[in-house]
Structures are given as C-alpha cells and as structure tokens.
Ligand binder design. Structure first.
Ligand SMILES: Nc1ncnc2c1ncn2[C@@H]1O[C@H](COP(=O)(O)OP(=O)(O)OP(=O)(O)O)[C@@H](O)[C@H]1O
Ligand SMILES: [Mg+2]
Length: 1020
C-alpha cells in the first residue's frame, strides 16, 4: 500500500484530517502497521484518534492474515468453510471473555432449495453482514463454521464492556441480516448465543485449538435455544451488560451436555443513556465522604448562576467515584430550574463524529429503534424546540446527526467539511439559547473516549463560557487533557482513594455486614481505596463466599489496561509473578529483554506500576494489588510454573543472600513451580527463621506450606525424614500459637511420633515423645505423662547428650511438682540446672518452645516454696525472671512472670501477684498467647477479690479460667478452683459455705490430676 492508500484509510475511519501529517512523516503501509501508542502520541494525536487507529490496525492485521492487501482485507470476506482460525499469537492466555455464536436460520432447507452458486452468494452476504457487525465493536472473528461465525469479545484485545459489545454486535447483526434483500425475495435471519466465561485462548500449538473451556459450547447451546432473530445470553453476560442493554429473563433451560439447566435471557435492545441508572436510585450505595469536592461543585454552581461560566475537570482513575459525584450534583440540583445536557462518551464510538451529542438528542427525543425517519424528525423537532428553542436549520443539522447515530451507518464528517462547521456552530448556538433561559449544566462523561469532533465542540464551548451561566463539567480518567487553549483556566478536582473507614462503609452498604469483620477488612485491603472495587469485591463475596475469583467487572477493567500495554504486557505478567513489588536488579536477572528499561518506562507511564528510586536501585511495585492479581491470572498455569521456576533459580543462584535471609520467598516460587521437595526444604528453613524471631504465626504458615509440598511427593524415607523435621518445628510453634494442648498440637505430635519410630535418629524420636508428654502434661494427665517421662530419661541417659538430659530431667522435675513430689522435683530440676548453659543450650528454646533454664528455675521456685524454703524459692524466682529478660525470648519471660505471679499468690501477697499478673497479661496479649492470658487473668482475679472487690475478682477469675481452657489446657484448673475458694475464704467465708464459687470449683477440680496446691493452706 502506498502513501495515498494510507490517506484513504484514514479517511475511511473518519480521521482524514490527519492524512497530511502521515504523508509528511512518510508513513506508508508497512510503517503504519508498526505504529504503536508512543509513536502516535509523538505525532501529536489526541487519545481518541490514537485509540481508534490502534484498534482498527489490530483488527485489520488480524483480518488480513499477514499477507493479503490491507484495503482488500478490510472490505472483502474470505470464507473458508472448513475451519479458518486466524493466526494466533504464540502465547496463550487465561481470560474471561464473551463468546458469541452466530448462525443462519434454516440453512439446511436453503441448501437443498438453492442452486449452489446462489447458495454461496447468499452465505457470503450473510457472513459479511455478521462480520461487519462484529468488527464494528472490535470483536474478533475466530472461526467461520459453514454458515456460522464464532466471535470473541475481549480477546486479543480486552475491553471493559466486552459483554455489552457482544450484545450490540448481535443486535446490529440481527437488523443487518434482516435488511438483506435478494432478488428471489428470500428473507434471512440469524440466531445468536452469547456466553461469558473463563477460557484459555491463543495458540496451544495444535492447529485450530484456539480456545478451550466450556464457554464456546455454552454459546453454541444458547444459540440453538434462540428463535429466528433472537439473541440468547447466559447469566454472566447478562450481569455484565445489564446496565446498558435491555434484557429479559427466559428462566432456566436445560441444554445438552450441561448437567444443570442454564439461566438464560434474551437481549431486547439498547437502553437509553443513563436509563438504567435513573431507574434504580435506591440500589445506589449511600454516598460516602467527598465533602470537600462536593462542596466545591456546589460553590461553583452558585457562581455559574450568577452568570460566570465555569469549566470543571473531574479527574480520577476508573471506579474512583467521578460519575457518582456528578450524580450527587445532579440530584442536588433536582429542585432547581436548570437545563441538563449529559454527553456520554463511549470507547467504541471514538471514530463516530459527534456521537455523544447525537446520542443526547436521540435520548431527549425518546427515539426508539422502531421509529421511521419521519417519526424521528417529528420527535426531534418537538423536543429541541421545547428545550433549546431550535431553529428549523438547527433541527435539520441535528436530524442529520441523529439519523446517522444509528451504529450501522458510520459518521464520516471531517473537520474540513462545511457541514462540519455548521454542526459545531449550530450546537454552540443551541447552548447559547438554552443559557439565555437559565443556568445550564453540561456534563461530559468519560471524556477520555471523546471523538475528535465532540472534542472540537468542547473547545469552542470552553472559549465562550465567560458571562454565561454554564457549568461545563468534564469527568475523565488521568491521561486525557482538555483540548486547549482556554480563556479561563479550568478548575481541576482530582478524586483520590477513599479512606479505610469510608471503604468499610461502602462494603457494609453492599452486604458486607453479613460477612464478618476479618473478611470485610480483607476486601477493603484488596480494593485499595477504590469504591468500585470495594463494591464489586463485596458483592462477589456475598454471592459466593467460597469463590476467590475476581468479579468480571473488575477483571475486564484491568485486562483492558494490561492489553493497552501491547508488547510490554508480557513483562507485566512476569512482574506479577515476582510479587507486588520487586527491585530493578531482580527484574533484570529474571528477564532477558534487551529493552528492559524502555519497557519498564512504558509500563510505568501507563500508571499500572509505580517506581521508587532510580537506576539499578529502582524498586517497582504494582499500583494496585488487583492489577498484579489480574496480570497473574491471565498467565497460563504452565507459563506461571515456568516463570516461578526461573525466579526460584535466579533467587537461589544470583541472589543467594536474599534466599538465605528470606527463604519463604524461594519456598513460594519453588512450590508454585511444583518443585515440591526443594520447596519443602525452603519452607522448613523459613519456619525455623520465623520461629527464631518468635514470629510463630508466620512460622506455622511456613511449616504447613512445607507439609503441603511434601503431600505432593511420593512416600520415601527421605520424604518422611523431611516431614518429621517440619512436624517438630511445627509442634513448637503451634503450641505457642494454639496453646500446649490444642488438638492440632496433639495430632501433630502423634504423627511425628509415628514418623520418628521409623527413623534411626533417636533425637527426633525424643523430641516427638517429649512433645506428646507435654500435651498430656498440660491436660493434667500426670500418669500418662510420667510413663513417657520415664522413657525420656532412659533415652537421654542412653544417649548421654546434654540436650536430651536437660529436657528429660526438667520434664521429670515439672511433672513431680504437679504430683506434689517436691523433693524429687528439686532433685531433677537441679540436675537439669547443673548441666544447663545459657549459651550452649540457647537452641533448645526453639525446639521445645521455652528455655530450660527459665523453666527449671521457675519450677525450682515453686518446689522450694511448697517445701517451705521461702527464701530459696524467691531467689530462684528472681533469677528466672532475670534470665527471661536477658534471653530476648518473650515466651520464656512470660513463663517466668506467670510462675512469679503464682509464687506471690502462694505468699498471699495480692499486690505483688497483681504486678506479675499484669505483666503476663500485657505480654501475652501482645504476642497473642491465650494460654498465658488466661493464666495471668485468673491470678489477677484472685488478687482483685482478696483486695476487696470480690465480685469483680471472681468475674475476672472466671474469664481467666475460660480463656485458659479455650486452649485445650486443663492442668491448673484445680488450682484455679482452689483460688476461687481461697478468695471467698479471705473475705471471711468458710471453705465449705455454699456460694457461687462452689459450683465452679466442682466443675474444674476433677479434670486434672495436678495437686501441688494442696500443700498450700487455704487462707494462706
Ligand atoms: N463516595 C462514594 N460513596 C459511595 N459509593 C461510591 C462513592 N464513589 C463511588 N461509589 C461507587 O463506586 C462505583 C464506581 O463509581 P463511579 O462509577 O462513580 O466511578 P467512576 O470514577 O465514574 O469510574 P469510570 O472511570 O469507570 O467511569 C459506583 O457504583 C459508585 O456508586
Ligand atoms: Mg464514570
């Protein structure tokens, strides 16, 4: 194609005015096909024409199959009645798209009746009509199937409104096919089925297998349900297009191959602009926040009324609340005399001159599809006369516009035409006349999709606002600039994200109330302050709480934005695998793209990704967590696995320091690349690291991740060994998180014990046994505990290692304390204490959860006290607390303080008991250890009661008991019951006087065999 062909082509899409520019830049056919967004921007083209050119180019390049001529391909239909899939890009994707199936009605009888040549002509003309309708809405003709067409909306290019586009294309095709005239008088009809859903689309490597998933089948079934000229759609399509398309339910119908009946709707037509919105004001989320912005609009409206025109630009990302704010202003003005002009720009109409204006008049006149030209004109006359005092000439021009707004007729005004200037002048004239009658609010919605002609009108309008009561309020996403220059500088209002509290309000208004706090918080977190996402995510969660999938509305918004990245999309997908943020060096290592910097720059410019720092130190992050999710979701599972695997390799080799510091990252990538054994090893490392920082919740997650990974591997001895390591780690962290006697802890040690019986590693068997002893111990099952303790001692003495001896002796000592065998307790705890060295045995606290030094001395303090050696007891207590502080191990310190609180209770020193108890409570609440919170509160309850406030004290004691028992532990409940009695007695009651305390006493005493407190005298 030569240069003049490019001019023709530009002309054909309504952009003839740019032809000289293209000629000047020597853009021929080849160059044209190479143009990208940046080039067009460099040429100085506004957003609308840029979008239009790129969209038409992508359609054409799809249609021409690479080699045939450009013009020829856009005009002729080549039908391959077998299967003619378009060439597909190499990288297939997972996507939610709308799939439409068009089929000719009664084609078989026709084939019998008609001469083959005639049949071919009929079929070709039919297909051409359908194809034109599909392309008009940027659909993709995926296959010709005899006399049918399978089309995609949302791939290869995604659109926010793909379901609506499919529905519109279907409506147009029905009309266009019916309008076909044949000499024979033949009348054709089409049936259409549209389904929306997840597919894998692209080149799978086999010929023709370009789409998979059940959506195409569904579309075909829906098509077969349709009567001639009918369009039948599924639920997902209906939900997605319902705001602009009129649909009607047909109920549920069963379809071959689908186990459940399908809920189906018909598409009846296009709703009037804003009609759906107006009809349901009650369903709107109550307006939240934006006081300042709304106040500003109200202020400026006052100025407008006094005759000073205002140009207001309302900027913000998709879904942030621009339209909502505009609606607020509209309802605020509802009681005031004014004229409202609402111009709605639409993305697939950027090539249609004056589209929003024509649509406005069409809606104003309430023209419907059934109206013939005369009727349309009559309606237009009436409405424009009334509202705008239009002259006959105005009406002529408007009628021209409106008649052309029918999407089947492309508007081809160019700015060089006289008619064009006349239209612009007429519109400006109408506005002036309306303004003379009273204040005028002109809302331009979604100006980023404005067509160049309407843009001209805006420019004209903005230059004549002075002295007129007009507010020109333009809502737009960032990127589009108001076509300057303007006399009065516009007032810009930028809408930013809403606050967390406001987001919570929006979630609550959308049914979030019923979801529970943590779920709503998670939604709000994910939505990142964009009201639309809050609403959609909440609604999706309310509808199907188990489904994690992003709602279509949010998904297609982001897929469309990703698609606008063109060739850089692939990089964005790789980035999504890296996480929410990533540093430059890492990206480079994972991605061998030669123009990495340029690509990153473009992605950054698109606003999808933000950067901090520069050069090699730059750190990038997705602007929104949802963008990352969507980019990730579009990747095929196999591609995801590959990228994760690459990332893991880079981490383990080039970034070994990071992998060491944060093994959880390597673990994640390895597990997602299904390298399960390596993953399990990293999970173990990560768990141990977290545990060593007392981050037990995180540690538990990691250990469990490791167990999941191992679950995917065949059972071998090595595997069992790895599982045992994970379970030993998990046990220690779980008991911090869940309490010592939680069923999960018990189960974990049961499995660990089974596994350890098959290993030759006695130490692991020891740890597992020790864990199980602990579970019994904390339930107060002292006989069971003792039998295991005896085994532990035998094993340790056999092994002779210090670690095992310390643990075996301390277990024996602590069990003895509760058995009220204080001498034996002192003997064994002292033995353990004598071997213990805080430095050499520092690791034990991570294996068993508590430091043996602290536990040993705490136990010794009790045993000595209960034997009557009070001074020795207090000295051990002080040393235990001091060591606890020194170790920087919260769980050990809490232990020492918990024992100290009881020691003060043994002494009947309520004030001291209170101090220690408070310290236990505050630390355990901070770290979320309910076991110790319960322990602290029951001692505090006792202290409160004996200090005089008996009922408050007993209430606190009861709370403490409840919290303590909630962890599954029962060990010290008899002691708690003793405290209840003791508190009552201190206040002058006798030990067996009937009171509310007896009941609780009776409940708790018989569960545990612990009896150390019997050495204490009731009453001190
Ligand atoms: N302040 C608010 N209070 C309550 N709901 C809000 C608020 N702002 C927005 N919403 C809700 O969030 C959704 C998205 O808002 P809206 O349609 O106004 O976004 P927008 O900025 O116009 O997006 P787009 O660029 O896609 O047109 C709507 O359902 C709207 O009701
Ligand atoms: Mg909007």
């Amino acid at each position: 194609m030569a240069l003049h062909d490019v001019s023709d082509w530009l002309e054909s899409i309504g952009l003839g005015r740019y032809a000289p520019l293209f000629r000047e830049q020597e853009i021929d056919h080849e160059a044209l096909l190479q143009l990208n967004e940046a080039d067009l921007k460099g040429l100085g083209l506004p957003l609308g024409p840029r979008r239009l050119i790129l969209s038409r180019l992508s359609q054409n390049s799809r249609a021409i199959n690479g080699s045939t001529g450009f013009r020829q391909a856009s005009n002729d239909v080549t039908i391959d009645t077998t299967i003619s899939a378009n060439p597909l890009p190499a990288s297939a994707e997972r996507r939610r798209i709308a799939i439409a199936f068009f089929d000719m009605v009664d084609s078989t009888p026709l084939a019998v009746r008609l001469d083959p040549e005639e049949l071919l002509d009929v079929t070709q003309r039919f297909l051409e009509r359908v194809r034109t309708a599909i392309l008009r809405y940027d659909g993709y003709v995926a296959r010709y199937l005899g006399d049918g067409i399978l089309a995609f909306f949302g791939w290869p290019e995604a659109f926010e409104d793909q379901a609506e586009r499919a529905a519109r294309a279907a409506l147009d095709s029905v009309a266009a096919v019916r309008a076909l005239q044949f000499e024979s008088g033949l009348q054709l009809d089409v049936r259409v089925g549209i389904a929306t859903g997840l597919v894998v689309v692209g080149d799978h490597g086999h010929r023709g297998s370009d789409v998979s998933g059940d959506t195409p089948n569904r579309a075909q079934r829906l098509q077969s349900m349709a009567s001639p000229g009918q369009i039948v759609i599924d639920r997902a399509t209906q939900v997605a297009c319902a705001s602009n398309i009129a649909t009607q339910s047909l109920g549920s119908m069963s379809a071959k191959g689908f186990p459940e009946p399908l809920a189906v709707w018909t598409v009846d037509g296009v709703a009037r602009t804003g009609e759906m919105d107006e009809s349901s004001p009650d369903t709107l989320t109550p307006f939240v926040g934006r006081e300042h912005e709304f106040g500003m609009l109200q202020d400026r409206w006052e100025t407008v009324k006094s005759g000073e025109g205002q140009l207001m630009l309302l900027t913000g990302e998709a879904g942030i609340g621009k339209s909502r704010l505009v609606k607020m202003l509209q309802s605020h003005l509802a009681g005031e005399a004014h004229t409202l002009v609402r111009l709605q720009c639409v993305d697939y109409q950027v090539g249609s001159a004056f589209y929003p204006i024509a649509q406005f008049f069409r809606d104003l006149a309430q023209i419907t599809t059934g109206d013939d030209d005369a009727e349309q004109r009559r309606k237009l006359e009436a409405s424009t006369l009334e509202k705008f005092a239009a002259t006959p000439k105005d009406i002529d021009l408007i009628a021209q516009l409106v008649l052309r707004v029918d999407p089947r007729v492309s508007l081809s005004f160019t700015s060089a035409d006289d008619a064009y200037d006349q239209v612009v002048d007429a519109i400006i004239g109408l506005v002036h006349r309306a303004a003379a009658a009273g204040p005028l609010l002109i809302v331009v919605e979604d100006a980023h999709w404005i067509d160049p002609s309407t843009e001209d009108v805006l420019r004209e309008l903005a230059s004549c606002l002075d002295g007129l009561p007009i507010m020109l309020l333009v809502a737009k996403r960032p990127g589009w600039q108001f076509p300057g220059p303007v006399h009065t500088p516009p007032t810009e209002i930028t809408l930013n994200r809403v606050t967390r509290d406001q987001a919570l309000e929006i979630a609550a208004a959308n049914g979030g109330d019923g979801l529970g706090r943590s779920l709503v918080r998670a939604i709000v977190e994910r939505a990142g302050g964009v009201p639309l996402y809050v609403e959609e995510l909440t609604k999706a969660m309310v509808q199907s709480p188990d489904k994690q999938e992003l709602p279509d509305s949010v998904q297609s918004l982001f897929v469309a934005r990703l698609d606008s990245l063109g060739q850089d999309k692939e990089l964005a997908q790789v980035l999504s695998v890296l996480g929410r943020s990533f540093d430059r060096r890492f990206i480079e290592a994972v991605n061998d793209n030669a123009d990495l910097d340029e690509s990153l720059q473009r992605i950054e410019t698109s606003g999808l990704v933000v950067r901090q720092g520069s050069g090699a130190k730059a750190v990038y992050g997705f602007k929104h967590a949802l963008i990352q999710e969507v980019a990730y979701e579009t990747l095929l599972l196999s591609a995801r696995r590959q990228v994760h695997s690459r990332v893991a390799d880079v981490l383990l080799t080039d970034f070994a320091d990071v992998a060491k510091r944060q093994p959880e990252i390597a673990a994640l990538h390895l597990s997602r690349s299904e390298r399960h054994e390596e993953a399990a090893a990293c999970f173990l490392e990560a768990g141990q690291r977290f545990a060593s920082h007392s981050a037990h919740i995180e540690a538990v997650e990691q250990y469990k991740g490791g167990l999941r990974s191992l679950g995917m591997t065949p059972q071998t001895q090595t595997r069992d060994g790895a599982e045992l390591d994970l379970r030993i780690g998990l046990g220690a962290s779980l008991l911090m998180k869940e309490g010592w006697s939680a069923p999960e802890v018990e189960e974990n040690y049961d499995v660990a014990l089974k596994l350890s019986r098959h290993t030759s590693d006695n130490r692991k068997l020891f740890v597992a046994l020790r864990g199980q002893a602990n579970v019994h111990f904390l339930k107060g099952e002292l006989r069971k505990t003792r039998s295991i303790v005896e085994q532990l001692i035998a094993m340790a003495e056999d092994d002779r290692s210090e670690d095992l001896l310390i643990e075996a002796y301390r277990s024996n000592g602590m069990c003895s304390v509760h058995e009220a065998e204080f001498e034996r307790a002192v003997e064994y705890l002292t033995r353990a204490h004598d071997i213990y060295d805080p430095v050499r045995h520092a690791g034990l606290k991570f294996t068993y959860g508590t430091d043996p030094g602290v536990v040993g001395m705490s136990g010794l303090s009790w045993a000595h006290w209960l034997m009557g050696n009070h001074e020795t007891a207090e000295s051990y207590r002080d040393r235990a607390v001091a060591l606890g502080k020194e170790l920087d191990h919260p769980f050990s310190l809490i232990y020492a303080e918990g024992f100290a609180a009881c020691l003060a209770q043994f002494k009947q020193d309520a004030a001291l008991a209170m101090t220690h108890a408070e310290s236990v409570i505050s630390m355990s609440e901070e770290h979320d250890y309910p076991y110790w919170t319960g322990w602290g509160r029951l001692v505090r309850g006792w202290a409160i009661a004996v200090q005089g406030d008996r009922s408050a004290g007993l209430a606190e004691l009861a709370e403490g008991i409840a919290t303590y028992s909630s962890t599954g532990a029962t060990q010290i409940l008899p002691y708690a019951a003793f405290l209840v009695r003791n508190a009552g007695l201190k206040l002058g009651r006798s030990a067996d006087s009937p009171s509310d305390t007896d009941e609780s006493g009776a409940i708790y005493t018989d569960r545990s065999e612990s009896r150390f407190f019997q050495a204490l005298k009731i009453g001190g």
